[in-house]
Design a protein around this ligand. Structure first.
Ligand code: SPV
Ligand code: MG
Length: 669
């Protein structure tokens, strides 16, 4: 496609403004002339060939164009008789260069990017018209018939719309029009408009009206026009556009939508906080500050700000952008409520939502898979529990004891107000790991087997792992356990302050269990801390005083001693339904220690919500056995049904369909 800009006119109605240069060199803002703006817009859409007709001051015009240093090649064609002819003859003079689709514009036309984008996007020949502005007395009007332009001229008032001389003409249509222009000029008909020639061939040269309504698209004929257009242009230039990004991997799709958005105005990008990203998709590979810097360094981005929540409300109300730009994918699915809110906030102050078609890029899917793979690597995974705590204050973990339960912990999400709720971490419970193997929870399943469980889970997941280390065993053994867990990428080991034959805490005092003396347990913690290599791995001391009815004072004394020995977190356990003793412990511990994370396992005191725990100062909530406790009865029930009915049919209703089970694990997960 070639652009054809008509600049042979004298611009005499501009008065002194055109006494030294052609009209197109008139300034319309502090930094632009009509021409520099047109050429920049042409270059921005990727057109590289321009044909420009010239007349008076042609030398000044040529020099000026070169001084703009734009990536376009301009062929200048001087109309030697510019004083005595109209631009129909200028086009005729340039005709040998016009053998392509043509973007035709008068050199005194100022239009906003959106108008230009609409013209460029049209797949048929078109001319810009406006259905909202009144028919001008002296300027062009287009007569529309059967959806096409039948005539263009200043004299038509019936079935007409105001029209501006900005056209995109397909090569075949252009040939018809240009042949007629040649016929006119060769028979000395050179003082009329080029459109007079078009009007004779409009049945063979199909030009469609492109309604730009009240968008800026105006010619400048005199100083009054200049004042109005400059004013409107200033308004266009002060428009702002808002987009929100959560991505930590920029790809061509992002750049493409940023480029589209910044054509609408000054582009403000909201970068989602880390916490909001986690609540929406996965843990970000790059923290907020780095994602912000990445976007700040993209040409055309005016400003980057934080968007603290998934909701756009706060930023929209603060910055009142003219436009919000988004892919159209959010019209359905989890983001729909967010979109609805954006629509209503925009409506409250007259903003506009612009949605571009969402491209489901295969490349992006691959990048996303790579990101997930990265998140599963030991260093990335291990560090994420601490990061989650720093980010969210409270992390949740659910028990996993196999690859399959790991996938449930990894992938289960529930949408709530545009947010994707999911578990932050996984708990490898000694009870469930033992139960899955049909063994009692008495440290009988050895560490090699427990590591095997971790490995199975790690192979198919990315979330951080909290490992139930039972008593930690002998101190001399514990240091090796720490090293192995850390190397594997486990984030935290929890060891309980018991000694001898350990039994599950929920037996309480029904079975004989012995608490370790404080100094012995402190020594174990300190040895473990000394053995670890990274700063990310955490050792959590679990206090069994309430389980074994040793009282609150004992629990607190131990907690402070264990923190003193280097414990990175404290787990307080209880088997009462009433959460009172847990709350009392948390309150008293927090009186003296505001920072050490507190872990709870609310199997018995299960009425307390995560929100309440967080408010009281708890940092990790572990759902320690629910997958095992729901899976087991379901399986037992199925087995009984088959026995009872001597066949499997009756049990089908409670079974997952066979088709689903064979597809449950994708080949490349
Ligand atoms: C486990 O899940 O193995 C635990 C928590 O240690 S509890 O069963 O409540 O003791
Ligand atoms: Mg346990």
């Amino acid at each position: 496609m070639k652009a054809l800009i008509l600049n042979s006119g004298m611009g005499s109605r501009m008065g002194v403004l055109t006494s030294e240069h052609p009209k197109c060199m008139t300034e319309i803002s502090r930094s632009e002339t009509i021409l520099s703006r047109q050429l920049r817009q042409i270059a921005e859409v990727g057109i590289t060939e321009v044909v420009m007709t010239t007349g008076l001051f042609d030398e000044a015009l040529v020099n000026y164009c070169h001084s703009l240093d734009l990536p376009i090649h301009i062929t200048f064609v001087k109309n030697p008789v510019y004083k005595d002819t109209n631009y129909i003859y200028s086009i005729y003079c340039a005709k040998e260069y016009l053998d392509d689709d043509i973007l035709l514009m008068h050199g005194d036309l100022v239009f906003e990017n959106q108008v230009f984008d609409m013209v460029m996007a049209s797949d048929r020949s078109c001319m810009t018209v406006s259905s909202t502005i009144a028919l001008p007395e002296k300027d062009f009007k287009a007569v529309i018939k059967d959806g096409r332009i039948e005539k263009v001229g200043i004299e038509f008032f019936n079935d007409a719309m105001a029209a501006q001389p900005l056209y995109k003409i397909k090569k075949d249509d252009w040939k018809v029009w240009l042949d007629k222009i040649a016929e006119y000029c060769e028979s000395d008909n050179r003082k009329c408009y080029a459109e007079n020639a078009f009007n004779e061939v409009s049945d063979r040269c199909s030009i469609y009206p492109l309604d730009v309504r009240d968008m800026l698209c105006s010619e400048i004929d005199n100083p009054e026009d200049l004042a109005v257009v400059s004013d409107n242009l200033a308004k266009v230039n002060s428009r702002t556009v808002y987009m929100c990004f959560s991505t930590d991997m920029l790809h061509s799709g992002h750049i493409a939508i940023i480029k589209k958005a910044e054509r609408l105005g000054r582009l403000i990008i909201g970068v989602l906080s880390d916490e909001a990203v986690v609540s929406y998709k996965r843990f970000p590979l790059l923290p907020y500050s780095e994602r912000k810097a990445m976007l700040e360094n993209i040409a055309g981005v005016y400003r980057v700000i934080e968007q603290k929540e998934l909701s756009y409300k706060e930023n929209l109300e603060k910055y009142k952008p003219t436009y919000v730009v988004h892919g159209d994918d959010w019209r359905s699915g989890i983001q729909k409520p967010i979109r609805n809110e954006v629509v209503s906030v925009l409506a409250s102050y007259g903003g506009t939502l612009v949605e571009f078609p969402y491209s489901n890029d295969e490349k992006y899917r691959q990048l996303e898979n790579r990101a997930r793979a990265e998140l599963s690597l030991p260093d990335m995974r291990r560090a994420r529990l601490k990061k989650t705590l720093a980010m969210k204050g409270l992390a949740t973990a659910i028990e996993a004891h196999s690859g399959l339960t790991g996938l449930i912990a990894e992938n289960t999400t529930v949408s709530e107000n545009g947010e994707n709720r999911q578990f932050d971490a996984m708990w490898i419970s000694s009870l469930c790991d033992s139960t899955a193997k049909g063994k009692p929870d008495i440290e009988l399943v050895d560490m090699t087997s427990r590591f095997r469980t971790i490995d199975d889970i790690m192979e198919v997941t990315t979330k951080p792992i909290i490992f139930d280390g039972d008593t930690g065993g002998l101190t001399e053994h514990f240091v090796y356990t720490v090293k192995t867990l850390e190397r594997m990428g486990v984030s935290m080991v929890i060891i309980e302050d018991k000694t001898g034959l350990k039994k599950n805490s929920l037996f309480g005092t029904e079975v004989k269990q012995t608490q370790a003396p404080i100094p012995d347990f402190c020594e174990k913690i300190a040895a473990g801390k000394k053995a670890q290599k990274t700063k990310d791995f955490m050792i959590c001391a679990r206090i069994e005083s309430l389980i074994l009815e040793q009282g609150m004072e004992d629990a607190l004394e131990r907690a402070f001693a264990f923190v003193g020995a280097g414990a990175d977190a404290i787990m307080i356990h209880s088997r009462r339904k009433d959460p009172a003793e847990i709350f009392e412990f948390v309150e008293k511990f927090r009186d003296r220690d505001k920072v050490t994370p507190i872990v709870v396992v609310p199997t018995s005191f299960n009425t307390v919500t995560e929100e309440e725990f967080k408010e009281r100062g708890v940092n990790i909530v572990i759902y320690a056995n629910q997958l095992t406790r729901t899976g087991f009865p379901a399986m037992q029930n199925a087995a009984e049904m088959i026995l009872r009915h001597h066949r499997a049919k009756e049990c089908d209703d409670i079974c997952m369909p066979f088709k689903e089970i064979i597809r449950l694990i994708p080949e490349d997960n």
